[in-house]
Design a protein around this ligand. Sequence first.
Ligand code: FAD
Ligand code: SIN
Length: 533
Amino acid sequence: MQKTDFLVIGSGIAGLTYALKMANRFPERKVLVLTKATADETNTKYAQGGIAVVNDLENDSYAKHIEDTLIAGDGICNEKVVEIVVKEGPERVEEIIEWGAQFDKEEDGDYKRGKEGGHSEFRILHHKDVTGKEMERALLDAVARQKNIEFVNHCFVIDIITQHHMGYLITKSTPDIECYGVYVLNLETNRIEKILAKITLLASGGNGQVYRTTTNPSIATGDGVAMVYRAKGRIENMEFIQFHPTALYEPGVRGQAFLITEAVRGDGGILRNKKGEAFMERYDPRKDLAPRDIVARAIDSEMKKSGIEHVWLDCRHFTKEKFTEHFPNIYEKCMSIGIDITKDMIPVAPAAHYSCGGIKTDEWGRSSINNLYAAGECASTGLHGANRLASNSLLEAMVFAHRCFLDATEKIKLIELNEAVPDWNAEGTSEPREMILITQSLKELQQVMSDYVGIVRNDIRLQRAMRRLDLLWVETEDLYQSSSLSPQLLELRNMISVGYLIVKGASFRKESRGLHFNTDYPEKSVLVQNIVL
Ligand code: FAD
Ligand code: SIN
C-alpha cells in the first residue's frame, strides 16, 4: 500500500502541469504520478498542429479567439469557461516556455503562428509538426528536476475508491461521495494494490480507441470516464466525439492512424474528391478551413458518393523546402509509404480524434465526487461545447491543471487520509481460459461504434448499437467477475462503458448540433442543453 497527499493519474500535459506546480508549492509533500504505460506514451506526445493562444494583441484579440471557440462549439459552450481559458491561456503558455518548451520563431524572433479550421487569425504556436512531443519532453525534463515527484509507470488504475468500497450503498443521488484513492493493477508485479490519497487528479486522456480508426495511441481507452461513471460521478456530453477530417488513409491499418495536421490546410493544402474537385467550396464559405465537424461530414458525404474509402489532400503546389520547413515529420512518413507530396496527393479519411465531453467539472476542475479533480481530455469543462476548436485542448489542459492546483492547494489542509479502506478482494477469480475472447469483443465494439455511432447517426443505428453493447457488456462482466484481471480486460470493460455513454448521450440528444448529426433530427433544437449522465 502507498499513501500520498497528491495523486495524479496520467502523465500527459494535464497531469504533468499539475504535478509540477504542486511539487513546487509543497516541497515537503510527495506527488505521486501513475501511468499505465511509459511516461511519455500519451495523446499529448502525438499533438501536431500546436497550441492556440492570443499572444500578439496587435493582430489578434481575446474577443476573436472567444468568438471562434463559441462558433465552433455551436451554442453550448460555457461562455465563462471560454473566457477563462482564452484569457488565462497566455500566462500558462509562458510558463511552459519557461520550463523549456520551444516553439518555432521567425528570423526577427517573433513566434511563427499557424492557422487551423475555425480560427479567424493566425494564432497557433507550434514546434514544426511535432508540438506535442516537444511539450511532453519539456514537461518530463522539468518533472525530472523536481525531487518530490514520484513516478510509477505500468501501473493500471482500476477504480477510484469511494464509500462504496467501505460497504455503503452509493447512488447518483448520494450527496458527498468521496474519493479516498485508487486500486491499481501493478503491471510489473501483477498484483492489485491500494493507494490512499488525500486529493486525486484524473488526467487520463481521451477514448479514441473505442473506434476502429483513430488518431489516438493505444492508451486512449477512456478509463477515467468509465471509473467515474462506475463511482456514480457525473459525466456529460459524451455524444460529441470529434472526428479529425484528415488522418492518413493506409489500406488495412486498424487502430492508430497517422495524422495529417490541419495546419497543412492552414498553409494552403486543398481537399479533393475522386474527380479531382476542390469540393469544400460546395459545403462552406470557409472551404477547407471550416470547423472540423463540417469538414469531416463533407468528406464523409464525398466518400459515400464516390464509394471509395478516402478523399485526397493536395499539397502538390508546395515546394519541398516550404513543406518540410513546417511539416518534416509528415513529409518523412509520406515518403516512407511511397507518397512524394510534391507529386502525389495524400489519401486521407476522417478518424476518431477527440472526446469533447467527459467527467463534468466546475470552473476549478472539481468533479462531482469530493477530493477528485479532472483535467485535460477526460474532463468536460464547458470549453468545447458541441465541437472543439482546433488546438484548444492543450491550452485547456494547462489552464485547468493550474486551476485544479489552486483549488487543491487550499483544500488539502482540510483532508485526512482514510486508513479504513479495505484491500482489494480477488477471491473466486482465476486465469481467463481464452484471452482471444477479449480481443474479439474489442473488435466487435470498435466495429459497432464505427458503423452505427460515427459521423452521421440515426435512431435505428443507435438502437442497434445499444443492443449490441448490452450483450458485450454482459459477456465482459462475466469475465470480469470470474477472471484474474489483465489490462486488456480492464480496458475492454472501460471502453464498453464509454461506448454506452456515447450512445446514451447520442440517443438523448434529439437534434443535430456540432459533432452530433442525426438524420432523423437534422435541425438544431431550440432547447439548448448539456446531456448529463
Ligand atoms: P494524455 O496526454 O492522453 O495522457 C493520458 C495519461 O493517462 C497517460 O499517461 C496514460 O498512461 C494515463 N492513463 C490513462 N488511463 C490510465 C489508467 N487506467 N491507469 C493509469 N494511467 C492511465 N490538441 C491540441 O490542442 N493541439 C494539437 O495540435 C493536437 N493535435 C493532436 C494530434 C493527435 C494525433 C492527437 C491524438 C491529439 C491531438 N490533440 C491536439 C489533442 C491533445 O493532444 C490531447 O487532448 C491532450 O494532449 C490530452 O492530454 P491529457 O493530459 O488530457 O491526456
Ligand atoms: C491537428 O494538428 O490537426 C490537430 C489539432 C487538434 O486536434 O487540436
